[in-house]
Design a binder for this molecule. Structure first.
Ligand code: NAP
Length: 247
């Protein structure tokens, strides 16, 4: 088991939901954490407070991961203020469902820019610091929708499958530097992203989950922590946390 005390983590999109849970769990394990957000400044500062209460350092950094220059500035400020960058969790993501003949370019671009390109921009800026340290962890937040597909989710599913594909080449490319790259594919998790799911859809989904409940952000976060702490010989893999949905 690797010790995470004193490691520096950047979790993109950690003002809320799964990202927030990941940031807090990594802090519990001894990491100093950069909390990235795009719009919700107050929520991000609340997460910073939570982490500081745990006795770790934390900073909130505003950056839209879909904009390359903002990603470079994000990584630069993490390194400057927290002294390095060892763990990157590419968690920031957006979702909009649409049947194929109603997908408009702005919707497609928004999901591609945030979910896919953002991971490339931030990882590209972060990896040189991991190489320098001779240790690193990259974790991409994929989704079961990228594995099984879902009606009306071809665009979102494509972005999440892209992350899983990216992870494999990244793992092969970075292994020689003692940097692992893995992807986590949550199932249906209770967050703001899924809060507006209607009762009928919810009931339909529930029947397809063997554990018969939706997941909690903390349950996804524990997988991320495991991959950081114990995952030195695990790389290029996709791990589902889905109550058995993909069985
Ligand atoms: P959420 O509650 O909607 O939170 C999304 C987070 O991403 C927020 O912190 C938001 O920041 C941030 N964000 C959005 N666009 C951004 C951008 N352009 N740049 C930087 N940050 C941005 O979502 P969630 O459910 O926690 O999802 C987190 C990740 O897990 C996503 O990648 C999602 O696709 C994936 N996932 C979720 C589920 C699920 O059931 N919830 C299932 C599978 C996979 P602001 O609030 O500041 O804008």
């Amino acid at each position: 088991m690797e010790r995470l005390d004193g490691k520096v983590a950047l979790v993109t999109g950690s003002s809320r939901g799964i990202g927030r849970a990941v940031a807090v769990e990594l802090a519990r394990k001894g990491c100093d954490v950069a909390v990235n957000y795009r719009a919700q400044e107050a929520a991000a500062h609340h997460v910073v407070d939570e982490i500081e209460t745990l006795g770790r350092k934390a900073i909130a950094v505003k950056a839209d991961v879909g904009i390359p220059g903002e990603c470079e500035a994000l990584v630069a400020s993490v390194v400057k203020e927290l002294g390095g960058l060892d763990i990157l969790v590419n968690n920031a993501g957006v979702w909009q469902g649409s049947v194929i003949d109603e997908i408009e370019p702005p919707m497609l671009n928004w999901m591609m820019d945030t979910n896919v390109k953002g991971a490339f921009y931030v990882t590209g800026a972060a990896v040189p610091h991991m190489k320098k340290a001779g240790w690193g962890r990259v974790i991409n937040m994929s989704s079961v929708i990228g594995v099984t597909g879902y009606p009306g989710d071809s665009a979102y599913g494509a972005t999440k499958a892209a992350l899983a594909g990216m992870t494999k080449s990244l793992a092969r490319e970075l292994a020689r530097y003692n940097i692992t790259a893995n992807a986590v594919a949550p199932g249906f998790i209770e967050t703001d992203m899924t809060i507006e799911t209607g009762d009928d859809t919810r009931a339909k989904i529930l029947k397809t989950i063997p554990i018969r409940r939706w997941g909690r952000p903390e349950e996804v976060a524990l997988m991320v922590v495991f991959l950081c702490e114990a995952g030195g010989y695990i790389t290029g893999q996709l791990f589902t946390v889905d109550g058995g949905y993909t069985i």
